[in-house]
Each structure stands twice: as C-alpha cells, then as structure tokens.
Ligand binder design. Structure first.
Ligand code: NCD
Ligand code: ZN
Length: 377
C-alpha cells in the first residue's frame, strides 16, 4: 500500500439541488459525497428552484449551506430571462456568474443576443468598480462561466473579448470546441475551460449499455471527440464533475411507466478522483496533471481562499470496483458502477480536523464554510 498526501480538491461544478430538489440531493448529502471523493471545496450551480438569481436568494442559499454543509461551498449566481442581472448587487458574494446558453435541466436558459450582451456588459461595469477576484484581490468578481456548446462557444468568446470579461467554458465535450478554445487562448482571449470525467472516460459507444444513466448535457460525444480532449489536455484548465444527481426513477430505470423526457445529468463527486488516478496508473495522466486541474487552477481561476491544514490521504494502489452501494449521494448510483479502478480516498483532513476516514464522514453539518460572504451578513 502506498499512501499519498494530496491537497484538498476543488470541484468547480456541482449541483447540490437546495432549495427545491432536496429529494435528489441537499447541502449535507452533497458535501458528504464531496468529502468521500477527496473534495474539500465545491462550487454550487444556480439552477435550483427557485434559481439563485437575486441577492435575496443567494443569501438564503448561503444560510442553508452554512447550516448544513460539511465542506466549503462557493455559490454561483445565475442569469434568467425574467430577472436579467438582478443578482448584480450581490455579485461579489458569488464565486461567479453562470449563464446557460445551451440545452440544460431547469429554467435558466438565455436565448437572445440582446440579453447576452446586457449580461456581459453589466458584469464588466460591476467589475470596473470592484475588480476581478482572479487578479489576486481578496474582493471582486469571479469569472463568467458559460454552458455554451457548438456555435454558442464563439458567441461567448466574442463577448468575453469585447468586454474583457474572464470567461470559463464549462464541460467542454467536442473536438471543435476544444480546438476553438486553443485558438482563442493563443490570441489572448481571457478564456479558461473545464472537462468532466464522464466526457473523458465515456463516449457514444457506452450509450447502449448505460441507457438513461448515460444521458447528460452536453451529451456523451464520439470517440473522436473524446480523443480530442485527451490530445488537447494542455488547454484544459479544470477537471470538474458536473455532479448532477437525479433519481433512478426520474431516469425511468426500474419503473413501470418511464417518464417521457427523463432529466439529463449524472452524479460524479465520488468517482472523479479514482477515475483520474486510474488514468494516472495507466500512464495517461500524471499526479501533477490531476493536482493542477483539481486544485491549483480552480483556486486561481475562482480566486478561492486557502484552506489551512487541509489535505487528503489516498491509497494510490488500492484496486477495487466502483459500486452504487455505499455512495454518499442521495441518489445512490453512478454511471461508472462495475468499473475497476485504482486509488481510494482514505482520509480527509479539513482545517486540522479529520472529516472523513475509511468510508465514514465524521464532520458535523454546518462545519463547512460558505465562501465570499460579507462578515456580519
Ligand atoms: C445539469 C442538471 O441536472 O442540473 N444536467 C446536466 O445534464 N449536466 C444541468 C447542466 O449542467 O446543464
Ligand atoms: Zn452543470
């Protein structure tokens, strides 16, 4: 057995579902799943019900997370067609702005250039007053994170360039997109991007086997797209899970009357590190590749505060099969069930406390911190 010490990981893209969909996940179960996966900071997406689209809703979410989370949590605000940029007065208390411009779960899709223009312009105007956090300042705004597939990617790159707004393109899945991002970076556009484990380790060839368990947005891509992500790994800044839990019944699995349109999304917090360590075991990645993309880069891109006395202990030689049984996520399944992996999280230490050890979460709900909140709020 060879135990390694790594930094606490950051998962910069999770859906913890509170408020509105607590039957899928909540701040306690979602952050328990994070600790089990070696993740000590999660960034939570705004497509809850109601969505995190106003200062009041962000404050409400922050109170819930502060009371129930067991790891640290940053919260995105999200743009809506009805409320536009109502979040602006609280923008500096969010980890960033999320804009959905492609097919997704929930009601946050923006579909006009007029609104896109306004969202980028007002974020840039706000930043002109308070600065960008990623520039190293303790205060300020985070980047604009976009779900922008296919032709929507160049739209967002152009707006980022025009307004000098740092852009983060989430869950990139296609050759055309990753090659475009490489070209944009070469021309100095302030863009970063992320790739999920499911887009690295699964493709359309897995769909017959997975059925609805393999349905997410972006959809699984072709083997050539997957190859392109691996070929362009130097362009990939972050590995993030897009942990998007839905129940198996909602997915239409093992129910007598499957729903007409099952919601897209798969859980991922507990399987990311073993999958990446397995790729390292096979020589497709280095440990440094993993730490850079799961800790250093998300910390820099989102300007996250340091977590003192925080680390994870991983048995990199442990060989086992990923299973649905024993998962901390409320939905209790993973599209990777049955897969052989190397690398098990043994212990997680957060601010000097052992918060996870050998399959058991030891932290008490409320011990996680909510990032970027103003003192006294
Ligand atoms: C996400 C969800 O379920 O919230 N689903 C998904 O397929 N990725 C939404 C999203 O990230 O688009
Ligand atoms: Zn997502």
């Amino acid at each position: 057995m060879s135990t390694l010490r790594l930094p606490g990981l950051v998962d910069a893209h999770v859906h913890l579902r509170e408020p509105g969909y607590e039957y899928k996940e909540d701040f306690t179960t979602g952050t328990m799943a994070a600790l089990a996966g070696g993740v000590t900071t999660v960034l939570d997406m705004p497509n809850t019900n109601p969505p995190t689209s106003t200062p009041e809703r962000l404050a409400d979410k922050a109170r819930r997370a502060a009371a129930h989370a067991v790891c640290d949590v940053g919260l995105f605000v999200g743009a809506t067609t009805t409320e536009g940029d109502a979040y602006l007065p609280a923008a500096d208390q969010a980890c960033g702005l999320k804009i959905y411009v492609s097919d997704t779960f929930g009601s946050l899709r923006i579909d006009t250039l007029e609104m896109m223009h306004r969202l980028f312009r007002s974020w840039a105007e706000q930043a002109a007053q308070v600065g960008y956090r990623m520039a190293g300042a303790a205060h300020g705004l985070g980047p604009v994170a976009v779900h922008a597939e296919e032709l929507m990617a160049p739209v967002c790159l152009a707006l980022s360039h025009i307004y000098a707004v740092p852009l983060h393109i989430v869950h990139v899945s296609r050759r055309s997109e990753i090659e475009l991002i490489r070209a944009a970076k070469m021309r100095g556009i302030p863009v970063t991007c992320e790739v999920t484990p499911h887009h690295l380790f699964l493709s359309t060839e897995d769909l017959p086997r997975l059925g609805a368990r393999g349905d997410m947005r972006p959809r699984l891509a072709t083997p050539d797209d997957v190859a392109a992500l691996w070929e362009n790994l130097d362009v990939v800044d972050i590995f993030a899970t897009d942990h998007a839990p839905h129940t198996l019944a909602e997915k239409g699995i093992d129910v007598s009357e499957p729903p007409a349109s099952p919601p897209p999304g798969v859980p991922g917090l507990e399987t990311m590190l073993p999958l990446l360590l397995t790729a390292a075991h096979e020589g497709r990645l280095t440990l440094d590749d993993i730490v850079t993309r799961c800790a250093d880069n998300p910390r820099r891109i989102y300007g996250l505060p340091a977590q003192p006395e925080t680390w994870i202990e991983v048995d990199v030689d442990a060989a086992y099969e990923l299973r649905n049984e024993g998962l901390q996520t409320k939905v209790g399944w993973t599209p990777f069930a049955g897969q052989r992996v190397y690398g098990r999280v043994e212990r997680v230490i957060l601010r000097g406390e052992t918060v996870y050890a050998h399959g058991t979460v030891l932290a008490t709900p409320g011990s996680g911190k909510v990032l970027f909140q103003r003192v006294g709020d």
